[in-house]
Design a protein. Structure first.
Length: 366
């Protein structure tokens, strides 16, 4: 399951966004540190293809893929040193796949800003600095151990120490590791530390209703320019916490009409999830049987055994073959029986690279 950690300064719309997209009722108020413990919610990945498959197969149950959102308290300057209980909060998102940095890009005198003025570029730098210093603490502890081991003549520890030293230099300056070119081997040494600034990042820009349906305002423009200037591998998704809150109170069947009336193509949640999938190189495949039609999340470029492993490690270990049909052929043929009769079902082996939308039936033996 895709897991996204939500960070940002106080009063930028983090908890409002979390409430709206998960309907979890997280605390949201106009003062810092409203969120004390992490809020965790799971939402369905919207995918119209799943309903189409269910209409054909008529399964006992239909299960969409899910995305987990972890919302922590607003960070402030000094969070990496424990200000505002920052250290405790940051530890809660180390296991997430990516970070969603909610940035305030709207002006409202009734909603205070912790730094007094609206400046998303400054806010971005503040959060990056705190994440970098939190990572520095982790790297320093590991480096100390690697250096001691390397002194005994352990060549592996010496290689690890070199990778850690390369990471420590920018972190000590408050610079995120996404600005640093690292080799695959160096990344492998750093991976067990679950460093925050090695995670892909999505900027969720909280804007006014008018900016969401029309031209982007100057704050979003400035944010995009800063990201491009720094060559940061990130994506920006605009949303309105106010609109998302209103959407969450409507019946599902009325939401599309509501958005259309506002001139908005899709909900902020949908765009966040799509951006997350794109940023992390993810795609969806389906299994379709009488008991269950289900969507599964996997990495683009993975093979059929790896896709099987998403369901259970036994499926990957004992993989024999995968009966495969594209989503288009499966629907066009009216299910497995029709697809087989039309010659649209293929038997694929261990080298097969799964495509987005493939409908798979795994054969395995353990």
């Amino acid at each position: 399951m895709l897991s996204l950690g939500i960070v940002g300064l106080p009063n930028v719309g983090k908890s409002s966004l979390f409430n709206a997209i998960t309907s979890a009722g997280a605390a949201a108020a106009n003062y810092p540190f409203c969120t004390i413990d992490p809020n965790i919610g799971v939402v369905d990945v919207p995918d119209a293809r799943l309903a189409a498959l269910a209409d054909i197969v008529k399964p006992v149950r239909t299960l969409p893929a899910g995305v987990q959102f972890v919302d922590i308290a607003g960070l402030v300057r000094g969070a990496s040193r424990g200000e505002g209980r920052g250290n405790a909060f940051l530890s809660n998102i180390r296991e997430t796949d990516a970070i969603v940095h909610v940035v305030r890009c709207f002006d409202d005198h009734d909603v205070t800003h912790v730094d007094g003025a609206i400046d998303p570029v400054r806010d971005r730098e503040t959060i990056e600095f705190e994440l970098a210093l939190a990572d520095l603490s982790s790297v320093e502890k590991r480096l100390d151990k690697a250096r001691r081991t390397a002194k005994t003549g352990d060549k592996t520890a010496a290689v690890e120490a070199a990778a850690l030293e390369k990471a420590m230099a920018p972190l000590a300056e408050g610079r995120a590791l996404w600005h640093v070119t690292l080799t695959p081997e160096e990344r492998a040494w750093l991976r067990p530390l679950q460093l925050l600034t090695l995670k892909p990042i999505l900027y969720a820009a909280n804007v006014t209703d008018a900016e969401l349906s029309g031209d982007e305002g100057p704050h979003v423009t400035a944010l995009r320019a800063a990201i491009e200037r720094d060559h940061e591998p990130a994506e920006v998704v605009t949303f309105s916490a106010k609109i998302e809150a209103e959407l969450s109170e409507l019946p599902v069947e009325e939401r599309t009409e509501f958005l259309s009336h506002l001139g908005i193509e899709s909900a902020g949640l949908d765009r966040l999830i799509r951006a997350g999938y794109h940023l992390l190189g993810l795609q969806t495949y389906f299994t379709a049987g009488e008991k269950e039609v289900r969507a599964w999340t996997m990495h683009r470029g993975d093979t059929a055994p790896q896709a099987a492993g998403v369901i259970h490690s036994d499926f990957e270990r004992g993989f024999i073959r995968a009966e495969t049909a594209s989503y288009v052929d499966f629907v066009k043929s009216g299910g497995w029986k029709g697809a087989k009769e039309a010659g649209a079902v293929r038997s694929e082996g261990k080298e097969y690279v799964v495509n987005d939308g493939d409908v798979l039936l795994f054969r395995f033996n353990v």
